[in-house]
Design a binder for this molecule. Structure first.
Ligand code: FE2
Length: 370
């Protein structure tokens, strides 16, 4: 304990003990010594903590700046003035501390229009008295910073990380992804049209089916990526028919059991054709499952209920509906109301009730023009 007390304090302690050698006084002096030691230890701890924070502030790679609010007479925040900034911030700004300390933000960064851009955020920080995380593009510096701002009395500390390269890469990747998806959609559309070109009864069937599927998916408020997958899947769901003799597909009379068994293979054939192609949507499953029915009576696997993906439950309804409202080799087209009535009879058994209802609402609003 003595080691942490200065020589002067040791002398003071000795003199007091020598002057008042009573036991009580000795105890009181011991107590004094203990409080001196405790005080010194607390001071040392504070000094250590301040030193550590100072080092952290100076050495960290992230920008840290401390600002003081400037308010009008009514107490409204108008701007903020720089109190301090760490070397990382000064390096980014290309300024020395002397050049910026005490200056208003718009004086230091006139091109950034910081007050105009960030006043709502700064006001929010002080209204709510909680740190706010925000991200912004800084005009004039071409920087995107991810910031955390922490209110401390009439000041706030902002710590920023430059995420410009990250956001630039994200933007480029998004653009590339958009271009790829556009090319993929165009390819699918082209394949779909080619598929229908040799068969007058299926020409346009998939395009119309895709349109109906999209309307239903929109009505069900599915997310944009799922809707896109449904559109694309509907366009190409019958691709397996390419492997079926065209005589079977266009036969104007009832198919024999054997012929029907052959036609049924267009689901597995389609999935096989697409087996090695990776799509951002479940295209292969759509092709494979599109003749499955809720009660397990479909093909090729007799899947039931939720085993059938939502994309397929929509495409199945639009596919059947589109067939019913079109002329077929063996019968004339039904009207939309009759077709919907027919679908209604299978609703909940063969077809998803929510999907049939959604199609009903779309037709009722007159939004389907085939
Ligand atoms: Fe089919």
């Amino acid at each position: 304990m003595i080691e942490v007390v200065t020589r002067k304090e040791q002398e003071l302690f000795k003199s007091r003990v020598q002057e008042h050698p009573s036991y009580d006084e000795l105890l009181s002096q011991v107590s004094l010594l203990e409080s001196m030691v405790a005080q010194r230890e607390a001071q040392d701890e504070n000094t250590d903590a301040a030193l550590l924070y100072r080092k952290l502030f100076e050495q960290m790679l992230f920008e840290v700046h401390i600002w003081e609010l400037v308010r009008n007479q009514e107490g409204e925040i108008l701007s903020w003035r720089l109190v301090g900034a760490n070397p990382a911030a000064l390096k980014t700004w290309g300024k020395t501390l002397d050049e910026v300390k005490g200056k208003l933000t718009d004086e230091t960064f006139p091109d950034a229009h910081a007050v105009k851009q960030f006043l709502p955020i700064i006001r929010k920080i002080f209204q709510e008295s909680v740190p706010q995380v925000w991200e912004s593009y800084f005009q004039g510096t071409d920087q995107v910073l991810s910031m955390i701002s922490i209110p401390v009395g009439e000041r706030f500390i902002s710590c920023g990380v430059d995420v410009t390269p990250l956001r630039t890469t994200e933007r480029e990747l998004l653009e590339k992804s958009r271009q790829l998806n556009t090319a993929l959609s165009a390819t699918i559309n082209s394949v779909s049209r080619t598929l229908g070109s040799g068969d007058p009864y299926t020409a346009g069937h998939q395009q119309r089916g895709s349109l109906i599927s999209e309307k239903i998916a929109d009505e069900l408020a599915l997310d944009p990526s799922t809707i896109e997958g449904i559109k694309q899947g509907a366009l190409i769901h019958d691709i397996g028919k390419i492997a079926i003799p065209s005589d079977f597909l266009t036969k104007p009379t009832q198919l024999s059991d054997m012929e029907f068994e052959v036609i049924k293979t267009h689901t597995t054939e389609g999935a096989r054709i697409m087996a090695d192609i990776e799509f951002p949507w479940p295209i292969r499953e759509i092709i494979l499952q599109h003749h499955e029915r809720l009660d397990g009576s479909g093909y090729p696997s007799g899947l039931k209920g939720d085993e059938i993906i939502m994309e397929v439950r929509i495409i199945a309804v639009s596919d059947v509906f589109e067939s019913m409202v079109s002329d077929r080799p063996y019968r004339a087209a039904l009207g939309m109301s009759a077709a919907l009535e027919e679908l209604g009879r299978g609703s909940g058994k063969l077809y998803d009730e929510t999907v049939v209802s959604a199609l009903g609402r779309v037709i009722e609003r007159g939004e389907l023009h085939l």
